[in-house]
Design a protein around this ligand. Structure first.
Ligand code: ADP
Length: 488
């Protein structure tokens, strides 16, 4: 039972959170939350739908009036309090996360700290929303730009980062003065609800942060993208769903931020520090069992170091211990669902049938009872394989070979995605050259742990639009208003 594992059992919430109230579905419906490491039901959560979402949006709209009476400094203090509470409760939040999502406890704890950093950052940024005074075109006029909250925000988040993908949206929305209605992934609602409980304790007014858990994603999504009171839709998830939401939001011309799929390449050049490249490509691939949108999807290695890289990389991968994320010895947890395991298996089969060779893993043996897949390395991957084009979202590292810089850049850019790319080289001028030529929103040079609250996270091409975090992140939640003062 989860309760017995938590220091503060009141963090385990199984109802929706609307206008400061914990609510059940009108018809009493609930859905199961399953631990992917054991396939056991760990909680049943209120299954809300379109009707409750509509109510939440309307109440969220009213709540903004209360929040707007606070000064930036007062808003900042409330957000800061929320940050403090998340940090104080990080072990409980991490346990809840491991139980519903599967990632190992150390990673879950890391995510809570990372997620909290967005709250801290935007608590500070809340105090730094400036307008502008423009040059006048005549002596009796003054022209101003003021920044105002865009309005109610509809947010939809995925299961792979059950805390950070939420704080990245909720914290800037609140800092900008917007209320927010969130639909968390049905696989991981408990982390979202625990965050709401802490937000309420911190003094975030009723209606400013609402959570609508439910399995009827399309129905909830239609409200969030269609209701006239919602002014902005922010989404993290697949490109397929992102396109649906953008099309829906277009009907009422809502602003959208989309953080969608990735197909990150790691380019390893002959002159790279080989140990750093191996470590970097390892972390970028296997974090969260390969289920992150900036995970290394394709490892491209120059011919001169190909054999050395494959053998060092394989050796490291073979050392992973797959198991329940709460077991101390585990270094990698399960995948989120059985379907995820099947998808990964089929990508591996496809690659092997087209001439790739396995050097590690390759199946779901070794850990019973949950949705496990062994960390896998495939050598001699090429562009004909599905794995070259599709987001793997699992612990499979395909290693491709290239000869020239030109070829590496062409292979790296040969995808409709453009989120993150990484390269390893000791040559400074090559670092610049390649960074500029990669069609990606984020590039890591000799580094793959590139994300933090201070950087603008986001992609280009079909990986999305908009940036989360950083000094740019607040703009997505603000509207610019021009005011002309005449007769002066
Ligand atoms: P993933 O592959 O990470 O599960 P999805 O894009 O399927 O990515 O899911 C991300 C989020 O989008 C989840 O909260 C999911 O419930 C939600 N979602 C899925 N389909 C729709 C839809 N048609 N409308 C609104 N939200 C959706």
């Amino acid at each position: 039972m989860i309760e017995q594992m938590l220091s503060d059992t009141s963090l385990l919430k199984t109802q929706g959170f609307i206008n400061g109230q914990w609510v059940s579905a009108e018809n009493g419906a609930e859905f199961d939350v399953v631990n992917p490491a054991s396939n056991e039901v760990i909680a049943r959560v209120a299954d809300l739908g379109g009707k409750e979402t509509k109510q939440a949006i309307e109440l969220a709209h009213d709540a903004m009036a209360v929040w707007s009476k606070k000064t930036p400094k007062e808003k900042s203090a409330v957000l800061r309090k929320w940050f403090d509470l998340v940090m104080e409760n990080k072990d409980d939040l991490a346990k809840i996360m491991t139980l519903e999502q599967g990632k190992i406890f150390a990673e879950a704890r890391g995510e809570v700290i990372y997620g909290a950093s967005y709250i801290e950052w935007f608590a500070e940024e809340a105090k730094r929303i400036y307008g502008d005074v423009l040059p006048s075109t005549s002596t009796d006029r003054r022209s101003l730009v003021i920044k105002q909250p865009i309005g109610v925000v509809g947010a939809i988040t995925p299961w792979n980062f059950p805390v950070a993908m939420i704080t990245r949206k909720v914290a800037p929305a609140l800092a900008a003065g917007c209320s927010i209605v969130l639909k968390p992934a049905a696989e991981t609602p408990l982390s979202a609800l625990a965050l709401a409980e802490l937000a309420q304790r911190a003094g975030i007014p009723s209606g400013m942060f609402n959570v609508v858990p439910g399995v009827a994603a399309a129905e909830i999504g239609e409200q969030l993208t269609g209701h006239s009171l919602v002014k902005k839709v922010t989404f993290t998830g697949s490109t397929r769903v992102g396109k649906i939401l953008m099309a829906q939001a277009a009907q009422t011309v809502k602003r959208t931020s989309m953080e969608l799929g990735g197909n990150a390449p790691v380019l390893v050049f002959d002159d790279a520090d080989m140990d750093k490249a191996v470590e970097g490509a390892l972390a970028a691939k296997f974090r969260n069992a390969g289920q992150t949108c900036i995970c290394a999807n394709r490892i491209l290695v120059q011919s001169g170091v190909y054999e050395e890289f494959v053998s060092k990389y394989t050796e490291k991968v073979q050392a992973f211990v797959v198991g329940n994320g709460l077991a101390e010895k585990s270094t990698m947890g399960p995948l989120i669902t059985r379907i995820a395991v099947e998808n990964v298996s089929s990508l591996v089969e496809d690659a092997l049938s087209k001439g790739a060779k396995l050097t590690a893993g390759g199946d779901n043996s070794g850990a019973e009872g949950g949705y496990f897949f062994q960390p896998t390395v495939i050598r001699d991957a090429d562009q004909s394989m599905r794995i070259a084009k599709e987001e793997v979202f699992g612990p499979v590292a395909p290693i491709f070979r290239f000869d020239t810089e030109e070829e590496a850049v062409a292979m790296a850019n040969d995808t409709e995605f453009g989120l993150a790319a990484y390269l390893f080289t000791k040559d400074q001028s090559r670092s610049w050259r390649i960074s500029e030529r990669l069609d990606y929103g984020m590039v890591g040079v000799n580094e793959t742990a590139i994300s933090s609250e201070v950087i603008p996270f986001g992609g280009v091409k079909e990986s999305g639009q908009g940036r989360e975090g950083s000094k740019y992140g607040l703009e997505d939640y603000l509207e610019m208003k021009y005011v002309c003062l005449g007769d002066i």
